[in-house]
Write a protein of this length. Structure first.
Length: 404
């Protein structure tokens, strides 16, 4: 095993193999976290629940994701990313099995708490791996590729989950997702190894959580993180239902449009990373400003479009959501880990995730509640527009690390 590991690490291209493995893990995790949105009509029919209750299911996933993220990030900094990534895949598979065995709404909610554990520890560990494997001039591109795991997972959830639900019931979609999560854990066991670490002392050593929590740059990024998570969580949960109810498209067509959202996000995450690395020579803030502005435009358009809107314009709206509200995490995450430094990357990204817990927990049920009370989605999208504007204003005070 030692010889096998040494051979892999000696290969200059291995960092790209490692990137592929962490991207798979991100995708598998996101399938499990994103499927409730595309499956919302089936859940409503089977469990007889409201829009707000659908939001509570998503909230349950992320209720445990926030505290487990802090554990995952700290563990990645101390013992390496490999062990954390393996644990994430195994927890995801076990939780998916629990979801398929749920017999009612509240047992489903409890099962989703388990999903959050695997979901929460995956992202900080994978982000730390990118920080340690890649130099700064490639880091935005690499983080963009790894973050395509989110839209890939969302795309699979939106495209495949409704079809499986139509033929075999909605639980079958989670069984498939659990299998993919377990395969991801096996691949990490077999083929992924952490990069060698050199002893580092002084200011460059691992920062304490207290020190990170006092860093005003990270706190401002946490505000932006909250604003963007609010929009992405609400859209992930309700976009299919919104299209189905507002524009009278079928569930399958609405799922296909959510696939469009995720395809656009997948391309945009890589594209934004390339723009940051090459056009702006490693600066992240200018690209983040563009993404946040487009995100505000997307929610405002969703609020204003009438029910008679042609399908091609709805498709254009899906693309706009994809390149903005679903494509920000790579750039913002890279900015977080560069401010924190290589020895504290996992801790910093997990801390920002924990600080975004209010948005994660409140977005789905609040968005659904507003839609239930008003009878339409206009007020829900306008609230997201206001929240996104707060993030856009906050970015002006963000100072980033100067590129080396």
């Amino acid at each position: 095993m030692f010889s096998y590991r040494s051979t892999l690490l000696a290969n200059e291209r291995y960092r790209w193999y490692a990137l592929g493995l962490t991207t798979w893990g991100q995708a598998a995790t996101n399938i499990l976290g994103s499927a409730f949105g595309p499956l919302a009509p089936f859940l409503q029919d089977d469990l007889h629940i409201s829009r707000a209750s659908v939001g509570l299911i998503s909230t349950a996933v992320f209720l445990t994701a926030a505290p487990s993220a802090l554990f995952g990030g700290r563990a990645a900094d101390r013992v390496g990313e490999r062990r954390v990534l393996i644990l994430s895949g195994v927890l995801g598979a076990l939780a998916a099995l629990a979801v398929t065995s749920s017999v009612g709404f509240w047992t489903l909610v409890l099962s989703c708490l388990g999903l959050g554990l695997g979901n929460g520890i995956q992202n900080p560990a994978g982000s730390a791996a990118i920080m340690r494997w890649f130099p700064q001039h490639q880091r935005g591109f690499a983080m963009g590729i790894r973050q395509t795991g989110v839209p890939i997972g969302g795309m699979l959830a939106a495209g495949v989950a409704p079809i499986l639900a139509l033929h075999y019931g909605w639980r079958s979609a989670y069984l498939a997702g659990g299998i993919l999560s377990l395969i991801g854990a096996i691949l990490i066991v077999v083929a992924y190894f952490d990069p060698p670490r050199k002893p580092i002392a002084g200011a460059a050593a691992m920062r304490s959580l207290k020190d990170l929590a006092r860093d005003k740059r990270l706190l401002r990024l946490a505000v932006i993180f909250n604003c963007q998570v609010f929009t992405q969580m609400a859209a992930t949960t309700y976009f299919v239902l919104f299209l189905h109810e507002t524009f009278a498209v079928s569930v399958v067509t609405a799922g296909a449009l959510f696939v469009v959202v995720n395809v656009a996000a997948m391309v945009a995450r890589i594209g934004w990373g390339l723009v940051s690395d090459r056009r702006f020579q490693g600066k992240r803030r200018p690209v983040l400003v563009m993404i946040l502005a487009l995100s505000v435009c997307s929610t405002l358009c969703a609020a204003l479009l009438p029910s008679s809107t042609p399908l091609w314009i709805v498709g254009a709206l899906s693309i706009l959501f994809g390149i903005s509200a679903f494509a920000w995490t790579g750039i913002l995450g890279t900015l977080v880990i560069e401010i924190a430094g290589p020895e504290s990357a996992g801790s910093a990204i997990s801390l920002v995730q924990v600080l975004s817990a209010p948005a994660t927990l409140l977005a789905p049920p609040l968005f659904g509640l507003l839609a239930d009370v008003s009878g339409t989605y206009h007020a829900s999208w306008l609230v997201l527009t206001l929240i996104g504007t707060v993030g856009l204003i906050t970015v002006r005070w963000v100072q980033e690390v100067e590129p080396a």
